[in-house]
Design a protein around this ligand. Structure first.
Ligand code: ATP
Ligand code: MG
Length: 431
């Protein structure tokens, strides 16, 4: 039987992995400008963590988790990063060390969803979490950070959608209002939404079914029933976004797929239709109750987001370039291979990328590969060179060659060659 990667899971190999590193570096640099430090938490967590925090009535918990039992532990491969980060925050008593904590993460997530364009079973998210700041200054900062990343990588056309789900009994009152709206329409709802009318009616607003979406069209707006504190928080966020000159759309039907959100909720979507229904690039919001629900002695407000890296990469042109060797070593006989290795080693120690051809092929075959790599220099070592204790260095860009001795100045002489323009008249160098 031919063994293949699991459905919905992809290999990321060179040269594509250069694009990934570029995107991740853009994200890290911007997150660090906002004061975030990297948190690396395990890929496996107790199943109960996700059941409790993401919520039993959600798609993720109902049908998408990779869960298993081992040595009587019930474990799940993480479907998202927020619950594990909050678990780590509580377990490590981080609130005792600092009043406000800013973490970012980058890594794979796992959900047994139906694969589609922009939807995989192993996918990658980069995300941020802030603990200990009730906002709305940090809500605005988090949204600004997302926009900075999306713009820095060159996504062409996106929109920001915001909503507030309120907190405390606003949530309950809104739930009741939705039950009242959907119950008389129950027969017309999709099967899934019928099940959720009384248990989790918020989820109906997020349904992908066209019929559900039509019935949700004139559902009551959560923004009409926010209490004073929730309203002040939401207005504060809007004011700060206005101050930053960030455009946004208020969308009272925005709910998102996880149950833990309170107050602010937001999404960044691409305005191109390249990703079809998978147009959401970033999803985030507040989860002020999570830390306490994990057993923390006092409540700690929190907010975070996750961006889907596959979706972003599918929309942008990465400027990442595959590195080219400075020096390609072509030993022309077995006796020359040791010297080639030694010289390459010296150059690598000095910071230069070198390739050594150990295949024992003809000069022609080795030169072909040096040119294929677009190496600047090719170092030939044959019988003559060994006898004279020299090497022949071909500058493949300038089509010149030199004979170099192997003394202490070898690295310096190679660097001098690399520093020359690629052609007599051009100014471009590789050095
Ligand atoms: P969607 O409705 O787009 O599936 P979601 O509500 O499940 O999103 P979150 O769990 O908040 O999304 O994840 C945040 C982001 O991670 C999404 O906006 C998306 O960019 C990305 N993402 C989520 N699920 C997948 C997946 N299965 N494959 C690829 N990217 C994903
Ligand atoms: Mg989803």
């Amino acid at each position: 039987m031919e063994l293949r990667a699991v459905r919905g899971m992809k290999d990321i190999l060179p040269p594509e992995s250069w694009d990934w590193q570029w995107l991740e570096t853009c994200f890290r640099e911007i997150a660090e400008r906002y004061g975030f430090g990297e948190a690396r938490t395990p890929l496996l967590e107790a199943t109960q963590l996700f059941v409790r925090e993401i919520g039993e009535g959600t798609d993720v918990v109902e049908k998408e988790m990779y869960s298993f039992e081992r040595h009587s532990d019930h474990l799940t491969v993480r479907p998202e990063g927020t619950a594990g980060a909050a678990r780590a925050y509580v377990q490590n008593s981080v609130s005792g060390r600092e009043p406000v904590t800013r973490w970012y993460y980058i890594g794979p997530m796992f959900r047994a969803e139906r694969p589609a364009k922009g939807r995989y079973r192993q996918f990658h998210q980069a995300g941020c979490e802030i603990y200990g700041d009730e906002g709305p200054v940090c809500d605005a900062e988090i949204i600004a950070l997302c926009a900075d990343v999306i713009e820095a990588v060159g996504v062409d056309g996106y929109s920001i959608h915001i909503n507030s789900l309120g907190s405390g009994d606003t949530r309950e009152r809104y739930r009741d209002a939705l039950v009242k709206h959907f119950l008389p329409l129950k027969d017309q709802l999709s099967e899934e939404s019928q099940r959720r009318v009384e248990t989790n009616p918020l989820r109906i607003l997020d349904s992908k079914s066209k019929a559900d979406q039509a019935l949700a069209e004139d559902a009551p707006s959560v923004l009409d029933i926010l209490d004073d504190a929730d309203r002040a928080h939401f207005d504060g966020l809007r004011r700060h976004l206005d101050a930053l000159g960030i455009d946004y759309i208020v969308d009272h039907k925005l709910v998102r797929g996880l149950d833990y959100y309170t107050r602010t909720l937001f999404e960044l979507k691409t305005t191109s239709d390249a990703l079809g229904a998978q147009s959401t690039l970033v999803g985030g919001g507040r989860y002020d109750k999570m830390v306490e629900s994990l057993g923390h002695k006092k409540p700690v407000p929190a907010i975070g987001f996750a961006m889907g890296l596959e979706r972003i990469l599918s929309l942008v042109q990465s400027p990442a370039e595959v590195p080219k060797p400075a020096c390609y070593f072509a030993p022309m006989m077995p006796e020359a291979q040791g010297l080639a290795l030694q010289l390459a080693h010296r150059l690598r120690k000095a910071g230069h990328y070198c390739e050594v051809d150990g295949r024992g092929l003809s000069v022609r075959a080795m030169m072909r590969r040096a040119n294929g790599f677009d190496s600047r220099l090719c170092v030939l070592i044959g019988e003559d060179e060994l006898a004279k204790e020299t090497v022949t260095v071909k500058d493949l860009a300038r089509r010149e060659q030199e004979s170099l001795t192997l003394g202490d100045d070898f690295v310096g002489r190679i660097e001098a060659m690399l520093a020359r323009p690629r052609s007599e008249d051009g100014a471009e160098t590789d050095g």
